[in-house]
Ligand binder design. Structure first.
Ligand code: FES
Ligand code: FES
Length: 179
């Protein structure tokens, strides 16, 4: 993936968009907010998040869909942000690490990551958490084998800690049994 030619531009607040202009813009929904981009529709989502919105929690590492550092949620599913264009995610709901907790201070996964002291160098960890969030959305009680199917790479070898943290978050998210 080549460098983003737009990355040195200053971030600007999203301006009000006239109805006629909407036809020329890409409506995007990111972390519960609406954005209208007039950038190149072929721009990778990763560039838009990091360089235009300054949501730098989503990391750039391999740029070829191999490492998972740039993982975000698109309609609740894990997606490498370096591998999809703005046009491809138009009309879909995107969640980054900055929006994962919603209105809470921390998502249960973020709390579990702290409690299990998962982070080593940290570079891969936001992508790891987003992949874990996608896993828990369709499997509230994953086995070790399920967790090990997460393909995100960690050069620091934090996999055992990640496994413990996902199990901790899953347990914390279970509804309390009625007495
Ligand atoms: S930077 Fe996107 S998968 Fe590695
Ligand atoms: S914590 Fe260093 S790459 Fe994963």
């Amino acid at each position: 993936m080549q460098d983003n030619p737009a990355r040195h531009s200053k971030p600007t607040p999203v301006p009000p968009v006239a109805a006629s202009a909407l036809e020329k813009t890409l409506p995007l929904r990111i972390n519960g907010k609406n954005y209208f981009s007039d950038d190149d529709p072929a721009m990778p989502l990763l560039w838009y998040l990091r360089d235009m919105l300054r949501l730098t929690g989503t990391k750039y590492a391999c740029g070829i869909g191999a490492c998972g550092a740039c993982t975000v949620l698109v309609d609740g599913k894990a997606q490498a942000a370096c591998m999809v264009t703005l046009k491809q995610v138009t009309g879909h709901s995107i969640t980054t690490i900055e929006g994962l907790a919603g209105n809470a201070d921390l998502h249960p996964l973020q709390q579990a990551w702290i409690d299990e002291d998962v982070v080593l160098c940290g570079y891969c960890q936001t992508g790891q958490i987003m992949s874990a969030a996608a896993l828990l959305q369709h499997d509230a009680d994953p086995s070790d084998a399920d967790i090990d199917k997460i393909a995100n790479l960690c050069r620091c070898g934090s996999y055992p800690r990640i496994r413990r943290a996902i199990k901790r978050a899953a347990a914390a998210s279970k509804p309390a049994k009625k007495k």
